[in-house]
Every structure is written in structure tokens, then in C-alpha cells.
Design a protein. Structure first.
Length: 316
């Protein structure tokens, strides 16, 4: 599923439409009555970890200061994490997945997506699936034929046409009305409010470090790709208990998490793709054969992990 950097780019695509009124709606969503969005004004756009939140209100009502405040926060965050922005456009082509990875991603998506509404609110929470995306003023087109040889374009879950003439298209996502964005920016690795002290305390737990990194309570937005890459950069075996690592090693790992995520977002905004060093690779950059395993907490979801036994030796 899209990780924090991708969802942040989605939010930047939606922010120019804040303050505009929805003139027409469409989409294939069955759990959301898309017609409820007709004639509403998009009042705000926020991102928290892997979730995008859009606020809607009556068209005749004022836009309010929320959108302005959010725009200022977004500019501040962008200055802190991505000093140069490229064009706003479509997201890059999805990274190829193995069948095992597809299954794990689908299961993890179900575990993080909201299952039930807390009551009708004015915030629409959007949680993206494995190939979820947002397009601004364009539709996604098929890049290859499906298994039956058909060239079928992806079907959008939601399409919002605005009075200005522009439109937003949302693919492969779950949408749910909620009263407010229930999220803690202190856990978001791309937020200026990210709390390093809390994250370091979480990493000190006796659990395998690869489990802790995917705990969205402390590392919101950090996904399987980031996990694999930063563990390799820090030269840490994925099953190493955090309690066995020196504080300096944990601090270095945390630095890599923030740096890698910020650089990934920066590259996305410049239209550049991701070039992983170990994720779905057969060899590490030094030419060592990689190993692959499916790891996860007991009773929890298991994720595919790649690591180099020579660069990331096991800690006994």
C-alpha cells in the first residue's frame, strides 16, 4: 500500500482544490454514497501517516480558517523536508510486487483500514490499498494488459468534479466519514511534530526491530519498503531485538527512517522513482546474495523482508 511519502504527495494534489465546490461526482464505491458529496465545498485536506483526510461543508458556508492553517502547515513541512518541489502530477507507476507480497499487502491493508463508521461527520477518511492513488485533472490509463489480455483502465472509486473545471480521481481506496482526523502528528515520521524520544523508547522494546518499525502508533507512515531499506542502511538484522541494540544504533536507524522518507517524498515531487537497494532485490549493492523471509508478531500480519546476512549479521 502507499506509504507516508506517497500519501503526502496525494495530499499536495488535493490542496489546490480546497475552497472549491463539488459540481459533479462519480465513482464505483459501494460503501460510500458518492452523491452525498455533490454541491459540498472541500474545506480542508490533511494527511496523517497512511491516511488522507478531506473535510467537506455546505457550499454557502465560509471556507473557514482551517484550510488556510493547513496550507501554512503544509508549506512549513515542505520547507523542512523537501526544499525543492517539482510539478504536481500523477504518481509514478506502481512498483512490481511478487504474489506473496501482494497477499501480505492486501492483508495489511485490511488490518489498517477502518471497518466501521463512528457516526456521520464532515471528514472523509481515505485509506489506500496496494495500488491506491490520487490523480488530479487526469484519469489513470492501463499500462499493460490484464491476465485475460484485455486493456482495461482502472475503475476509480471516487471522482470529484469541481465548479472550476478541475477534478480529482481516487483509486483503490476505502472511504469512511468521521468526525475528525483522529491521528497523532507526533507519530508521523514526515511531520514537523514527530516525537523522536517516543520513537526511540519504542525501538528499545525486546521485540524484533522489524515488528516495531511497522507499528503505526510510533511510526505512522512507515511501511514495508522503508522498513527494509533503513534496516539495510543501518546494518541491522531485521529480527534483532531492539533491547540488544546500542542507543547509538537506534538513533542512527531513526535518522535513516526520517531521512529516507523525506528524500523519497522529495524525489516523488520531482517526478523521480524509487531505486531500492534491497527491497525485492536478489543482491545487495555490495554483491552479496540477499535472503527473504516472512516475519510478523504472533497473531499479527506477516510481512516479507529482505536482508543481507553479511551486511546485516544476526545478533546472538
Amino acid at each position: 500500500m502507499p506509504e507516508g511519502p506517497s500519501v503526502r504527495k496525494f495530499q499536495l494534489l488535493t490542496s489546490p482544490f480546497v475552497g472549491q465546490v463539488v459540481a459533479k461526482v462519480g465513482g464505483s464505491s459501494r460503501k460510500l454514497s458518492v452523491n452525498d458529496l455533490n454541491a459540498l465545498r472541500l474545506q480542508d485536506s490533511q494527511v496523517h501517516g497512511k491516511n488522507l483526510y478531506l473535510a467537506f461543508g455546505a457550499a454557502e458556508g465560509p471556507v473557514g480558517p482551517t484550510a488556510e492553517e493547513t496550507a501554512l502547515q503544509g508549506e512549513a513541512a515542505c520547507r523542512a523536508h523537501c526544499p525543492a518541489q517539482g510539478q504536481q502530477g500523477q504518481d509514478g507507476a506502481p512498483h512490481p510486487y511478487s504474489q506473496d507480497e501482494e497477499l501480505q499487502e492486501a492483508q495489511h491493508s485490511r488490518s489498517e483500514a477502518p471497518e466501521a463508521a463512528e457516526g456521520r461527520g464532515n471528514w472523509l477518511r481515505i485509506h489506500f490499498g496496494m495500488f491506491g492513488s490520487v490523480r488530479a485533472n487526469e484519469f489513470s490509463r492501463a499500462s499493460r494488459a490484464n491476465k485475460r489480455g484485455d486493456w482495461k483502465d482502472p475503475v476509480p472509486r471516487l471522482v470529484l468534479h469541481f465548479e472550476s473545471g478541475g477534478f480529482l480521481v481516487f483509486y483503490n481506496c476505502r472511504m469512511l466519514w468521521c468526525s475528525s482526523p483522529r491521528a497523532d502528528p507526533a507519530s508521523d515520521i514526515l511531520s514537523v511534530e514527530f516525537h523522536r524520544g517516543r520513537a526511540l523508547r519504542a525501538l528499545c522494546a525486546p521485540d524484533p526491530i522489524c515488528y516495531t518499525l511497522l507499528d503505526q502508533r510510533y511510526f505512522s507512515g512507515l511501511g514495508n519498503i522503508i522498513k527494509n531499506e533503513i534496516l539495510y542502511l543501518a546494518r541491522i538484522h531485521p529480527l534483532t531485538p531492539g533491547s540488544l541494540l546500542a542507543l547509538s544504533d537506534l538513533e542512527r536507524l531513526l535518522d535513516y527512517a526520517v531521512q529516507f522518507s523525506s528524500e523519497w517524498l522529495h524525489n516523488k515531487l520531482r517526478g523521480q522513482g524509487l531505486h531500492p537497494q534491497v527491497y525485492q532485490k536478489e543482491q545487495c549493492p555490495l554483491g552479496h546474495p540477499l535472503m527473504k523471509g516472512t516475519f510478523g508478531p504472533s497473531g499479527g500480519f506477516k510481512r516479507l523482508t529482505w536482508w543481507c546476512p553479511q551486511c546485516q549479521p544476526a545478533v546472538l
